[in-house]
Design a protein around this ligand. Structure first.
Ligand code: PEP
Ligand code: MN
Length: 339
């Protein structure tokens, strides 16, 4: 911790603070400037009592307290300088191979899911997405088919060989969802539901952790830390747009998270351009940007008839648009050093 004292404080005030720092288990190192004293307090911020309260306990003496260590450990690049990868069947996310997870927002029917699964596979998708438990803003909207939807996803996997990714909404369903899913998605509305994160992590399945609607990057990394704390090292971060003042788009897709997550953590970053802007017409451009910026995978909503989708109709692309998109992405994926 770095403790900056107010200008022109007395010797007595200085020794009060030094005493307090020692009392809390840290070793103080005093740096005397012209007008101010800065104290470096050496000690493990995780095992010792926090020094941040010095500011509130001694407001006349202390100007600011700044942590030196990061609050997240296991997810941090410092803890693991090499990239971590996530194995899903024969696939490895975070490797040279670029991955596209595609499928409907919600699983609606066997025909809808199987048609989509076959089409996205033919177009080059490597995994199938589909929500069986849907986090809807209104209780009057379609809530998902539940286990019936999971069974259909399993059927689609059997038919196409594509691993499946689906959202876990409740701790009560962790075992059930893990029985069907190859990857468990934790949605934006639940990314700081810590008990759910723990339950999901305990299943041992790979976890795709979406960024919350108003989640700071540090909070997102700390949510990932919960997964690692349960000794589940199969983590992916997924940027899906955040809520801003802008109303032109449903969310504002923050592509800066690609280099930031790569710098701060060792886990793959996935971009979801569908929730990202809430507009099908912007999906292509955002996918291209994500590839160019070094994302490891995309999570794209695809529906045979978006106009009639039971959820997120405005942002799902048709089978034809998806096939076209994959064609256009191919040279960009190669140019960015991926396959
Ligand atoms: C989804 O993937 O359909 C979804 C609900 O995502 P998010 O949690 O990002 O809104
Ligand atoms: Mn959706």
């Amino acid at each position: 911790m770095i403790i900056v004292l107010k200008p022109n404080i007395s010797k007595k005030q200085e020794s009060t603070i030094l005493k307090e720092i020692r009392k809390r288990g840290y070793k103080p190192h005093v740096m005397r400037g012209v007008a101010r004293i800065v104290i470096g307090a050496i000690g493990d911020e995780l095992t010792h009592q926090s020094l941040e309260t010095l500011l509130t306990v001694f407001p006349q003496i202390v100007e600011s307290v700044m942590p030196v260590q990061k609050r997240y450990k296991l997810v941090s690049r410092e803890a693991h300088p090499q990239n971590s990868t996530v194995k899903v069947g024969n696939h490895v996310i975070g490797s040279k191979k670029f991955h596209v997870m595609a499928g409907p927002c919600s699983v609606e029917s066997e025909k809808q899911l199987l048609t989509t699964a076959e089409a996205v596979k033919a177009a080059g998708a490597t995994m199938l997405r589909g929500g069986a438990f849907k986090p809807r803003t209104s209780p009057y909207e379609f809530q998902g088919l539940g286990e019936k939807g999971l069974k259909l996803l399993a059927k689609a996997r059997k038919l196409t060989g594509l691993p499946i990714i689906t959202e876990l909404l409740s701790e009560n369903h962790a075992g059930m969802v893990a029985d069907y899913a190859d990857i468990i998605q934790i949605g934006a509305r639940n990314s700081q539901n810590f008990q759910l994160l723990i339950a999901a992590a305990k299943t041992g399945r790979p976890i795709l952790l979406k960024r919350g609607l108003s989640m700071k990057i540090e909070e997102w990394l700390l949510a990932g830390e919960y997964v690692l704390s349960e000794e589940n090292c199969n983590l992916m971060f997924c940027e899906r747009g955040i809520r801003t003042f802008e109303t032109y788009t449903r969310n504002t897709l923050d592509l800066s998270t690609i280099p930031i997550i790569k710098k701060e953590s060792h886990f793959p970053i996935v971009i979801d351009p569908s929730q990202g802007a809430g507009r099908a017409d912007l999906v292509k451009a955002m996918c291209k940007g994500a590839v160019a910026m070094g994302a490891d995978a995309l999570l794209i909503e695809v529906h045979p008839n978006p106009a009639e989708a039971w959820s997120d109709g405005t942002q799902q692309v048709s089978l034809e648009v998806f096939a076209q998109l994959m064609q256009e992405l191919r040279p960009l994926i190669l140019a960015s050093g991926r396959e």
